[in-house]
Design a binder for this molecule. Structure first.
Ligand SMILES: [Zn+2]
Length: 167
């Protein structure tokens, strides 16, 4: 039976004065993905086709995701402002100006290179829909105010039961 006393003497004390593995970690490279398929296109230039799906690289979408959200918001609000005139036009005159506001901001972001070029169309659509929706909503609301106001006026003149037209 062999005794191995030397194993008991191998004490490894961690010396606190020596920093362990102080090599600076390289900053993680931001992942640049194709706008269509998400293929890693880091290192490629704008105008080159994506090697995976062939989509032309228009812009490195490093921080464009949040800014193209403004264009989507503008377009959704613009559509809501047009459809929303069913509710006395009130929804239209709220969503319409917001759509215009977001559309202007989104277009400016595209112009200054802070948003993807592909979001410019949505920003324009939201802007135009916002103008249409605001106009329709304002006209509809004005019409309803005049119509209801006239109905109240007529009812008060005749002294009969009050008649409020349903839209
Ligand atoms: Zn691709």
């Amino acid at each position: 039976m062999s005794n191995e006393p030397h194993a008991d003497h191998e004490h490894h004390h961690a010396d606190p004065s020596i920093p362990a593995e102080a090599a600076p970690a390289p900053p993680p490279r931001p992942r640049v993905g194709c706008a269509r398929c998400g293929y890693d296109i880091a290192g490629m230039r704008i105008g080159e086709p994506c090697p995976e799906c062939g989509t032309m690289i228009q812009q490195f979408p490093s921080d464009s995701r949040g800014n193209s959200g403004m264009a989507i918001t503008s377009m959704v609000l613009g559509i809501v402002s047009i459809l929303g005139c069913a509710f006395y036009g009130i929804l239209s005159i709220i969503a319409g100006p917001l759509a215009i506001w977001f559309g202007v901001k989104a277009k400016r972001a595209v112009r200054e290179g802070r948003a993807a070029q592909s979001s410019a169309g949505m920003a324009t659509a939201g802007f135009v829909c916002g103008i249409i929706g605001t106009t329709i909503g304002a006209a509809y609301l004005l019409f309803m105010i005049v119509f209801v106001g006239f109905a109240f006026f007529a009812a008060s003149q005749s002294g009969g039961p009050q008649f409020v037209p349903t839209p």
